[in-house]
Ligand binder design. Structure first.
Ligand code: ATP
Ligand code: FE2
Length: 322
């Protein structure tokens, strides 16, 4: 079976094609990057409406298939920004009607996990899922992906983008901060906030802004210290999840998973405890349609096409693993 997946939860409109053997046949995306300020829901919505046709046509073309070969259409049902989610849901519904094929609503967070598991060929890993909106350490147990630790305020990617915006960098700021941090030489002390298995980035963000405002610290050192501290917190919690759950595989996924320093820190920790580590290629770490297509193959068909703005990872019935 061939599934067309549509992603539209936030800044990215993506379409991808997957088959039931786990082959990703195409993955096309177009990201809305505001020139100034953060993500505006209406502007992201307008972007998605404008590019949707071209992105979907290109995904079908690159997959080397015809529309009539598509047996199922999947869309990101949540969590996400409501106007953005609605674009994907409406387009998926109209494709389902036009081609007379089933429609499947997919959880965006679980799709990030499943695409990483597919590529990493891992059966039961602990998973560090780090993106703009989410920062969670996850493992599977009894029909659900359980969250063992998460951010108690903002996501790591959100902290990165907020600080980037404050420092005058473009959105998304992750890649720029990663480059600047390579030139940092001096480690500056920052709040390291791990509470049990949870992390917090709010205080760190305030501290970063104060350091930049003081005029006494250079941006490279601030970015370097930001990455080292923020990522060490994530590695600590991931290691504890591996130890407590008795697991020996770790997956890193989500947009911030594209960061090479974070991957390196995870890899070192895993090597030291004899665990396997995997991070997908950058185009599959960030939001994309291929992950929705693959999760659309795994998930059961449902007729519920209402968007779910706050649909958490641990609320999803992971029927395909039972
Ligand atoms: P979610 O709904 O899963 O929270 P999202 O809307 O945040 O998804 P993603 O594409 O999964 O979208 O993640 C985007 C985030 O990844 C942004 O905050 C961006 O700054 C961050 N990011 C991208 N590349 C890098 C990088 N090289 N280093 C650090 N962060 C990065
Ligand atoms: Fe995402």
């Amino acid at each position: 079976m061939i599934c067309l997946g549509i992603e539209s939860t936030a800044h990215t409109f993506g379409a991808g094609v997957a088959d039931s053997k786990g082959n990703i046949l195409s993955n096309v995306k177009d990201m809305h990057c505001p020139e100034k300020g953060g993500l505006h829901p209406r502007e992201a919505f307008e972007h998605h409406v404008e590019v949707s046709d071209a992105v979907i046509s290109e995904a079908v073309k690159r997959a080397g298939i015809r529309l009539s070969n598509i047996g199922r259409v999947a869309f990101s049902q949540g969590p996400g920004i409501p106007p953005c989610l609605r674009v994907g849901a409406v387009i998926a519904r109209s494709i389902s009607k036009k081609l007379n094929i089933p429609i499947v609503g997919v959880n965006h967070c679980v799709a990030h996990l499943e695409i990483a598991k597919l590529y990493g060929k891992m059966r039961n890993p602990a998973m560090l899922y780090v993106s703009g909106g989410n920062t969670q350490v996850i493992a599977y147990d009894s029909g659900k992906y359980r969250i063992f630790g998460e951010t108690i305020d903002i996501g790591i990617g959100n902290a990165i983008d907020k600080f980037g915006r404050f420092a005058g960098l473009l959105f998304p700021s992750g890649p720029a901060i990663e480059q600047l941090s390579k030139k940092g030489k001096t480690y500056l002390n920052l709040p390291y906030t791990v509470k049990g298995m949870d992390v917090s980035y709010g205080g760190m963000l305030t501290n970063l802004k104060q350091k930049l405002n003081s005029g006494k610290c250079n941006l490279e050192d601030i970015c370097y210290s930001f990455q080292e501290t923020a990522f060490a917190m994530l590695v600590e919690v991931s290691e504890r999840a591996l130890a407590h759950c008795g697991l020996n595989e770790l997956i890193l996924t989500g947009g911030v998973g594209a960061n090479k320093r974070l991957a390196e820190m995870c890899r070192i920790m895993c090597r030291e405890r004899g665990a396997k580590f995997y991070v997908p290629p950058t185009e599959l770490c960030g939001d994309n349609g291929a992950m929705i297509a693959w999760n659309g193959i795994l998930a059961e068909q449902s007729n519920d096409t209402h968007i779910k703005q706050k649909w958490r990872t641990d609320e999803v019935d992971v029927s395909w693993l039972k």
